[in-house]
Design a protein around this ligand. Structure first.
Ligand code: MN
Length: 431
């Protein structure tokens, strides 16, 4: 079997047949991974003397039709494209696809298709869009090893693990000195009061104001975690662990491994900024941030705060909500469609009334449609839950679309068919 690196080399060689100064079109997918991936490709192109034009796009049915209106010498699709292979035949230029999503079988003659899944890698864990983009950048020039920083942000964004090719990306980053691994307490940083009130992972119920809690255990609210004495730390962490147990959550790690990039600082934070940019339609800021634009950093910080504020506000409201229960899942309505996935995930993990041992579905009305987001946990998946399949089936029965992974999936249905959809879904989830 060919290795990802070899396939990336073919793609890089195809690109390098184009004269310098050509303008290459780059299309990335709208999430943290897609933005990192597109930025990796853009930076590799710029360094090799090419011009580029990057756009971050949603998976919409008319994506290729739109591209046909442009005149391009080459298009590189990254973290997106696997679902459009056959249609790409209609494009008049050569196309490179760097992806890790499931895709079609027929590959047209003008398409160089590099998908991690074709090279023995698990595309949902061991290689993401940004890591495939990194393989491509490294095939162009090994001096691009610093771009491992962005690839790691992408890996974190897609919630993958550092195994398979992702392991190699991390080793490259650390080996070249661009990436550093540190172990940190998740409560380090700002004052404890601010940390506890703003935390989303973990999310603490009732902490609109965390002062009474801190007062009760005798810890100064303005204090920082890193300045606490060993004994105070223990007291705080055991009180918080107990609190989370009462919320129904028993798997919180207070310490975690954090990767730092020489150029970007905390790569988890970079990933979270890119995610916020993607969700709030500010992908351009995300790309600029990856390219090292200083003003973009400030803007991204504001976008990230806004995004986290919105989630927190919705979560404080959800604390008071009693969700509706079906036989095989529970569901609730949200106002803000882009947040529905993250709210479903957080409520399943941290809000006791949402923990019924069943998946959580969030519904968001948007004009004539309802956006569906569904989240399960590992245990449910082991017991046979497959949200991707169930949502797809139930949505198609009411003239909608859907799909995704066993643990997280989404869809879109006509707004007047909600009830029918929910009943279909209950049936589709029967084993
Ligand atoms: Mn991806």
């Amino acid at each position: 079997m060919m290795k990802l690196e070899e396939a990336a080399k073919y793609a890089a060689d195809l690109l390098l047949t184009l004269p310098k100064k050509s303008t290459i079109r780059v299309i990335g997918h709208v999430d943290a991974d897609g933005i990192s991936a597109a930025s990796i490709v853009a930076m590799a192109l710029a360094r090799a003397g090419y011009n580029f034009h990057v756009s971050i796009k949603r998976t919409e049915p008319d994506l290729i039709e739109e591209m046909k209106k442009e005149e391009n010498e080459m298009i590189i699709f990254v973290d997106i494209g696997s679902g459009y292979l056959e249609e790409m035949e209609g494009l008049e230029c050569n196309v490179i696809v760097l992806d890790h999503h499931l895709g079609g079988e027929e590959i047209p003659g003008n398409v160089m298709y590099v998908n991690a899944r074709l090279y023995g890698l698990d595309g949902s864990r061991e290689a993401c869009g940004a890591s495939v983009a990194y393989a491509f950048a490294m095939a162009m020039d090994e001096n691009n090893v610093d771009l491992s920083q962005l690839a790691i942000a992408g890996i974190i964004g897609d919630k993958q693990v550092f195994e398979g090719y992702n392991r190699k990306v991390l080793e490259d980053g650390i080996g070249s000195g661009f990436v550093e691994e540190r172990e940190e307490y998740i409560l380090s940083g700002k004052s404890l009061k601010e940390k506890l009130e703003s935390s989303l992972e973990p999310y603490f119920t009732g902490f609109r104001n965390a002062s009474p809690f801190l007062e009760k255990i005798g810890i100064e609210e303005g204090e920082k975690f890193e300045n606490l004495k060993e004994e105070e730390r223990k007291k705080l962490l055991s009180a918080l662990t107990l609190k989370l147990l009462e919320q129904g959550c028993d798997d919180v790690e207070w310490k975690k491994i954090v990767y730092y990039g020489k150029r970007y600082g905390d790569l988890h934070d970079l990933s979270s900024k890119l995610n916020a940019c993607a969700r709030l339609n500010e992908s351009g800021t995300g790309v600029a941030l990856c390219m090292g634009d200083v003003t973009a950093w400030e803007n991204a910080e504001i976008i990230q705060e806004r995004y986290r504020d919105e989630i927190r506000k919705e979560m404080r409201e959800l604390e008071k909500v009693e969700p509706e229960e079906m036989e095989r899942f529970i569901y609730f309505h949200v106002d803000h469609a882009p947040l529905s996935g993250v709210l479903a995930g957080l409520s399943l993990k941290y809000l006791p009334q949402f923990m019924k041992g069943k998946p959580v579905i969030a519904l968001a009305r948007k004009n004539k449609f309802i956006d569906i987001s569904a989240r399960a946990d590992e245990k449910m998946v082991k017991e046979g839950v497959n949200l991707g399949e169930a949502i797809k089936k139930a949505a198609e029965l009411v003239g909608g679309v859907g799909g995704g992974h066993p643990i997280a999936a989404g869809g879109k249905i006509p707004s007047d068919r909600e009830k029918e959809f929910l009943q279909n879904l209950d049936r589709a989830m029967e084993k």
